[in-house]
Design a protein around this ligand. Structure first.
Ligand SMILES: [Fe+2]
Ligand SMILES: [Fe+2]
Length: 170
C-alpha cells in the first residue's frame, strides 16, 4: 500500500484548505469566462467534498468532546457557503453577480478556515486536546474522499444540502 499522504485527519483537512485558497487566488487572476467557469467548478467540487467529509466523519467524532458552539457554528457556516456553491454551480461567468458570488464565497471560507485553524481556541486545536484517533479519522476521510472524487468525475456531485439552516421557499 502507498504511504499515507497526510500524517493525520487535521493535516488532510488543512491541505484541502490550502488547495482551495490557491484555486480562489487563480480565479481572481482569471480573464476568460471559460477559465473562470472551470476554476469555479473546481472550487465548488472541492468544497462540496470537504464539507461532506467534515460533516459525515470529522465533526461528529468530536461532539461532546469539544465546545458545542464551535461545532454548531461550523455547520451553519458550511450551510451559508453551500447556498453560494449551488448558485455558482448553476450559473455562468456571464451572469450578473457571478464574480461577486465567488469573491464572497472566498471570504466566507477564509473566515471559516480561520475558525477551524486558529491556534489554541480554534476547532482543530480543541480537537488535538482530545484522545480521538486522528489517524483512523484520516483513513476514513481519505476513503470517503476518494469515493466522492470518483463520483464527481463520473456522474457529478448532487447539489450541496444544508444541514442546519432551513431554506424558506421563495
Ligand atoms: Fe475545513
Ligand atoms: Fe469546515
Amino acid at each position: 500500500m502507498a504511504e499515507p499522504q497526510f500524517t493525520d485527519a487535521i493535516a488532510l483537512l488543512k491541505a484541502d484548505h490550502r488547495r482551495v485558497e490557491d484555486l480562489f487566488e487563480k480565479f481572481e487572476g482569471a480573464k476568460s469566462a471559460e477559465r473562470k467557469q472551470a476554476l469555479a467548478h473546481e472550487i465548488c467540487v472541492e468544497l462540496k467534498i470537504h464539507t461532506l467529509i467534515e460533516e459525515e466523519i470529522f465533526y461528529p467524532a468530536f461532539r461532546g468532546l469539544i465546545e458545542d458552539d464551535t461545532l454548531d457554528e461550523a455547520y451553519v457556516e458550511h450551510d451559508g457557503a453551500k447556498v453560494l456553491i449551488n448558485d455558482i454551480e448553476a450559473g455562468s461567468p456571464d451572469d450578473a453577480f457571478y464574480d461577486a458570488k465567488v469573491k464572497v464565497l472566498s471570504e466566507e471560507i477564509k473566515h471559516h478556515v480561520h475558525e477551524e485553524e486558529m491556534p489554541s481556541e480554534g476547532m482543530f486545536a480543541q480537537c488535538r486536546k482530545t484522545d480521538v484517533d486522528l489517524v483512523a479519522l484520516r483513513d476514513a476521510m481519505a476513503a470517503r474522499k476518494k469515493e466522492l472524487l470518483a463520483q464527481a468525475k463520473t456522474d457529478g456531485l448532487p447539489a450541496a444540502k444544508p444541514t442546519a439552516v432551513n431554506l424558506l421557499a421563495a
